[in-house]
Design a protein around this ligand. Structure first.
Ligand SMILES: *Cc1c(COP(=O)(O)O)cnc(C)c1O
Length: 384
């Protein structure tokens, strides 16, 4: 087995997704499975679809195109506002795109007309987080203009919070989105089928028992892949936090003086927040190096197994200390990841991404089953 690698357990991803689909379904909310951290992986897309998501969402047209080439025919939304330069690709691969700019929507209308297609759009509304969104006072004028465009269908409105400004989705801002939906429908005599309230950060609100109003969809990535909610990075009850793990290999273990010597200035990557702060005392301590670094993953987002401390990281090295001094060269260590570590690891060309087999198909515990080499060749073609 090669390292470093990401072990992607599709059965666990499916479990997380279907748990959330069920819980939110009881509240009248559908789930768009957000695939952007999966880099267009057809296996992850299939797992989400088996779990019952209503469609897939991705922020990059490249990933949507990869999934289309992977024979995924489910409805797909581009959840980042399209670039003008990619409008023709957006209408040919995505059913829906999320929009905030009239120039882009006009261009989508033109491209859809040329291709003989209808393109659906969701208008994103700014609710205070200050990332994408039309200011609420401007929404009505925008809708009026959109309704005049050929080959464009307005299917709903949406919002995104907690990504840029850290603004928490709550009863107040979600009620504002519901009210906007109602007022647009009244003014124009149309029905908005999709009111997409937000992302994984909306789960506390959505599952709290509060009135969900008109909100009937959430777009979920992190909660499904990592089993945690992003506001406080707490595990979500009933979900599995180890659907995706990173495995790295030990390349050096030696007893060395606990502190560096010589005159000390800045390191290559600066300190790791909250790490490297272990009291190392004086005298010797055993340090091990794993062959993984900033070029592969965000080291500050790695969760080491119990008894292991991360002392520091550079471009290609992760320095650790094991309480039991039990690491030998060649040993493999498995880490949990936060979202930042996951997206960096997914996009690193140095990581081997291994899909662990579906236990129902294999009749075994998926944690310990390795996929056949045909699968590896497929992954290599897709990702490396
Ligand atoms: C990434 C993204 C999501 C999913 O966010 P998670 O926190 O991973 O659930 C939803 N909506 C938009 C617009 C996004 O960019």
């Amino acid at each position: 087995m090669t390292a470093p690698r990401l072990d992607i357990d599709v059965a666990r991803i499916e479990h997380n997704a279907s748990t959330l689909v069920k819980r939110l379904g009881e509240r009248g909310i559908s789930v768009t499975g957000v695939t952007k951290a999966g880099l267009g992986s057809a296996d992850i897309a299939h797992a989400l679809l088996r779990a019952g998501v209503s469609g897939l969402g991705d922020s990059r047209i490249e990933n949507i195109e990869t999934m289309r080439r992977g024979q995924i025919t489910a409805p797909m939304s581009l959840i980042r506002s399209p670039m003008l330069s990619q409008a023709d690709r957006v209408v040919s691969s995505a059913n829906v795109s999320f929009n905030t700019e009239m120039a882009v929507i006009m261009c989508l209308s033109g491209c859809a007309g040329q291709a003989g297609l209808l393109h659906e759009i969701v208008l994103m509304v700014e609710l205070g987080d200050l990332r994408e969104g039309i200011m609420p006072v401007d929404l009505e004028d925008m809708v009026r203009a959109v309704l005049l465009l050929p080959n464009i269908t307005l299917v709903g409105i949406g919002a995104n919070l907690a990504c840029q400004g850290g603004v928490v989705p709550d009863v107040k801002n979600m009620a504002e989105l519901s009210a906007l939906a109602g007022s647009i429908e009244n003014t124009f005599g149309i029905h908005l089928g999709l009111i997409s309230g937000g992302n994984s950060a909306n789960l506390d609100w959505a599952l709290s028992g509060a009135d969900t109003g008109r909100i009937n969809n959430l777009r979920l990535g992190e909660a499904i892949l990592l089993g945690c909610e992003p506001l406080h990075r707490r595990p979500i009850k009933g979900l599995l936090g180890d659907a995706i793990t990173l495995v790295a290999e030990v390349i050096e273990t030696k007893a060395k003086p606990a502190r560096p010597w010589g005159s000390v200035a800045q390191t290559a990557f600066g300190p790791l927040p909250g790490q490297g702060s272990m009291d190392v005392g004086s005298g010797d301590m055993t340090r091990s190096i794993l062959a993984v670094g900033h070029q592969d993953v965000d080291p500050s987002g790695l969760q080491p197994p119990p008894g292991l401390q991360i002392l520091g990281a550079s471009g290609d090295h992760l320095v650790v200390h094991s309480d039991n001094n039990d690491l030998a060269v060649g040993d493999e260590i498995r880490f949990g990841l936060n979202y930042s570590a996951l997206v960096r690891a997914m996009t690193s060309p140095f990581l081997w991404r291994e899909r662990l087999a579906d236990p129902e198909q294999e009749g075994q515990d998926s944690r310990y089953v390795h996929k056949p080499s045909r699968e590896y060749r497929k992954y290599k073609r897709t990702f490396l």
